[in-house]
Write a protein of this length. Structure first.
Length: 117
């Protein structure tokens, strides 16, 4: 089993930056892959970024434009999502996810990010 706890969301102004954190606990092998999804209001969730224990990472969303970065601290089993130049369209619930080979097996409760224009 894996428990995931997100933090760092909130209300920000457009153009500001934010760092989301997700602390993972439980079976270590089930957190080899960590990732972030987001679900904007009224739409389906989308995969934002993934990172493996090796550090290999992928930013998956089309609107990245260099604004998203995913990192992890293996000693703390924590994954971070840095978002710069936040835009109103980034408003969403951001979910942390984990799995042994890809995220999507275990989920956190999510953290709300709201960007005002």
């Amino acid at each position: 089993q894996v428990q995931l706890a997100e933090s760092g969301g909130g209300l920000v102004q457009a153009g500001e930056s934010l760092t989301l954190s997700c602390a993972a606990s439980g079976t270590i092998s089930n957190t080899n892959a960590l990732g972030w999804y987001r679900q904007p209001p009224g739409t389906q969730s989308e995969l934002v970024a993934t990172i493996l224990r090796s550090g290999d990472s992928t930013i998956n969303i089309d609107s990245n434009m260099g604004r998203f970065a995913i990192t992890r601290d293996n000693a703390r089993n924590t994954v971070y999502l840095q978002i710069t130049n936040l835009q109103p369209e980034d408003t969403a619930i951001y979910y942390c996810s984990a799995g042994p080979r890809a995220p999507g097996l275990y989920w956190g409760r999510g953290t709300q990010v709201t960007v005002s224009s």
